[in-house]
Ligand binder design. Structure first.
Ligand code: SF4
Length: 263
């Protein structure tokens, strides 16, 4: 894809500016794919199925092209804005980033989010046999046509819960890290009174936690014998949610383009 095509796509007024900055990247479930420049670029860039496979050379070739075009466009903007790149102390900026990353990773919210990711892995590792048993149980219900049961609905609900939990398992940590690092960088929007990017990222983390809690609630009904272990996860998530709300008190009120606005 070349610069001109990107510019042409970006000029489409149907796209909601910046919608992809505060989404959960779950494009398969997103109602705004037709209004998202990021999605359109991805479709354009990776139209060839081979280019979507991380194990295929075509994928890496496309990625290199994307980086190259991005760099070209960045240089163009920098030139237009009259920024002297040579005057920037890159080493100092890299060191600052590294320090910020360390501070953010050590923040109680980030640590709790990382622990949650591990708890989910452990739970699924220990629950492998439960899923096999559930599979057999649902299969039996179908074959015997047991009255007052709906094994298909039950299977769909279980699959949905697992997908939600797995999708957000690590995204929570990623969004919290971005929120904390954003705060550390003291971005200019704070001075200008604009909505803070860190609140937007924290809001996405909170939504991911809300949905994960609901999904674990459904898992609890599918696996009542796992009540205690699931309760541990729910308590952990609820504590994390409260910590984030305390650290980013304006996060819930952050207005995400598209998701929280109407045309
Ligand atoms: S806004 Fe929707 S379509 Fe765009 S990147 Fe996010 S999830 Fe995908």
């Amino acid at each position: 894809m070349d610069k001109e095509l990107i510019k042409k796509l970006a000029a489409n007024p149907n796209f909601i500016a910046g919608i992809y900055n505060y989404c959960d990247r779950w494009c398969e479930r997103c109602p705004f794919t037709s209004r998202c420049l990021n999605f359109a670029l991805g479709e354009e860039q990776f139209a060839d199925p081979e280019a979507r496979d991380i194990n295929n050379e075509a994928f890496w070739q496309k990625l290199i092209e994307t980086f190259q075009v991005t760099l070209d466009m960045l240089r163009e903007i920098v030139e237009q804005e009259g920024v002297d790149l040579d005057s920037l102390d890159v080493e100092e900026a890299v060191e600052e980033e590294r320090l910020n990353e360390g501070i953010a990773a050590n923040h109680e919210c980030a640590r709790a989010a990382a622990v949650y990711g591990e708890m989910v892995d452990n739970w699924f590792d220990s629950a492998k046999s439960l899923f096999e048993e559930k599979d057999n149980e649902l299969d039996l219900k179908v074959r015997l046509a047991i009255p007052n049961t709906d094994p298909f609905q039950e299977a769909a609900s279980l699959k949905d819960s697992v997908e939600i939990i797995c999708w957000y398992q690590h995204l929570i940590w990623v969004k919290i890290m971005r929120a904390i690092e954003g705060d550390l960088r003291r971005r200019p929007e704070i001075l200008n009174g604009l909505p803070r990017d860190s609140d937007g990222s924290a809001k996405v983390a909170l939504i991911a936690i809300d949905r994960s809690i609901a999904a674990w609630g459904a898992m609890r009904s599918h696996f009542p014998e796992q009540e205690d272990t699931i309760l541990d996860l729910l308590v952990h998530l609820d504590r994390l949610r409260r910590k984030i709300e305390k650290t980013f008190p304006d996060a819930r009120a952050f207005v995400r383009p598209g998701f929280d606005t109407t045309d």
